[in-house]
Design a protein around this ligand. Structure first.
Ligand SMILES: [Zn+2]
Length: 434
């Protein structure tokens, strides 16, 4: 089923050198795209009309309709689309969406045109811009939603001095239902479909009529007795497994590490520059001098948000595939600055929040357990000893000799029902007997 949500947009465009482009300038370009769209639509109708006339003349002589492909060496849609490969600024995917729509519209009303019941369509000014679904990217950063729309073709990128084909907008989110729709689009619970960008003359702003599609794929019947234990780990940012099974879900932290290193290096060099005031930002006060550093913070937040979305999504997919109706995670409240976590500054809280909310969408229950001793306990025999972990990355049980990756062993413990109570009881009973 398809639905539409209207999104008012605020222009956030920069040129290829990173300078802000005033929204008035951006509007001018968008209006030019509208003008071109209108022209393309009217020309397309003309092509359709001409071909239709040719086709009926052909029929009169040959008593059969011509073969499109033989006459045009394309289908009619393909033929028309080919005519607009050059001579406009539109991104090719959007342009073919437009011509395709017009061809379909013509076909549907053709008999009415021929009977004279409908006059041939004449597209007026302020045509909406068609946007192919692959040209729409919604993002969530710092509690704001943004959308990137690919609108320009290669020559136009140059012409307008853009960095790429994209226009960037901040989305005005006016209510919770809009927020939920956007979140679900990001999480691919809803699929974004071809949409339209429209100029609202009354509000004097651009509006995206975002089309999204959903089926009932969010309804799964999963086994509530199969618990996926999720360890936010040392070697891997995430390691998850079902008790007694060797299969595991891991996220390789390489991507985060690499990003962190480049960012740290860049931040250091910028702070240094800022201190020495040697780069032209002198005299603009501390805030101006540190601006690039804030920009980096923004970039980190954006990267983290995107990565956490991706990781939580992958984890939920794994749970579904493995028929796990429950996910157990560590209750990290009260735990601060745990030195042996994969990344001290990585927002595990954000990651858990995203896992929780995505789990809810598909009917997976979340259970929090107290993580005390889960990394020191042997998941095979239950023996707890600090010395069980000889190295950060590996676990060797001093009692039974069980060997495993330390994160995997922890995730095995976390996947046991009521593990925290079990550990507590064990401690109490051993204290009683001693
Ligand atoms: Zn053991």
């Amino acid at each position: 089923m398809n639905k539409v949500v209207k999104l008012s947009l605020i222009c956030e465009q920069t040129d290829k050198d990173g300078n802000k482009i005033e929204h008035g300038e951006v509007y001018k370009i968008l209006w030019e795209l509208q003008r071109q769209t209108r022209e393309i639509k009217n020309k397309t109708i003309q092509y359709c009309w001409e071909y239709s006339n040719f086709s009926s003349d052909y029929y009169k002589i040959n008593h059969e309709y011509p073969n499109e492909k033989e006459i045009l060496s394309f289908t009619l849609k393909g033929f028309v689309n080919d005519k607009f490969k050059k001579g406009n600024d539109l991104y090719s995917g959007n342009c073919s969406t437009t011509t395709g729509n017009v061809c379909s519209e013509f076909k549907n009303s053709k008999s009415d045109f021929l009977k004279g019941e409908k006059s041939i369509i004449n597209y007026k000014a302020y045509q909406p811009l068609d946007i192919h679904n692959k040209c729409i990217l919604i993002e969530h950063t710092n509690n704001e939603f943004y959308v990137r729309l690919k609108l320009l073709n290669r020559p136009a990128i140059k012409k307008y001095n853009f960095a790429n084909s994209e226009f960037n907008f901040k989305i005005i989110v006016k209510d919770n239902s809009t927020r939920t729709i956007l979140e679900r689009c990001i999480d691919k619970i809803y699929d974004v479909a071809a949409s339209k960008l429209i100029y609202d003359k009354k509000k004097k702003m651009w509006v995206l009529n975002l089309v999204y599609a959903f089926d009932n794929k969010s309804e799964y019947v999963l086994d509530k007795n199969r618990i996926l234990g999720v360890d936010l780990g040392i070697h891997y940012p995430i390691c998850a497994s079902v008790y007694g099974e060797w299969n595991r879900f891991t996220i390789d932290g390489g991507e985060i590490e690499k990003f962190r290193k480049t960012v740290e290096a860049r931040k250091k060099s910028m702070l240094r520059q800022g201190k020495n005031c040697g780069d032209g930002r002198i005299g603009h006060g501390i805030s101006a001098r540190n601006k690039p550093v804030y920009k980096i913070e923004d970039k980190i937040a954006k990267f983290r948000d995107t990565a956490n979305h991706k990781y939580s999504h992958a984890l939920i997919q794994y749970a579904i595939k493995n028929n796990c109706g429950v996910i157990q995670m560590e209750d990290l409240t009260g735990i601060t600055n745990e030195a042996d976590r994969f990344l001290k500054n990585w927002s595990y809280y954000d990651l858990q929040t995203k896992i929780k909310y995505k789990a809810k969408e598909v009917g997976i229950d979340i259970v929090y357990i107290k993580p005390k001793y889960t990394s020191q306990r042997c998941s095979k025999c239950g023996y707890i000893d600090k010395e069980n972990r000889n190295k950060q990355a590996s676990f060797v049980c001093l009692k039974c000799g069980f060997k495993a990756n330390a994160d995997y062993n922890a995730s095995q413990n976390i996947s046991i029902k009521d593990i925290d109570k079990l550990i507590e009881e064990m401690y109490n009973s051993s204290a009683n007997t001693e």
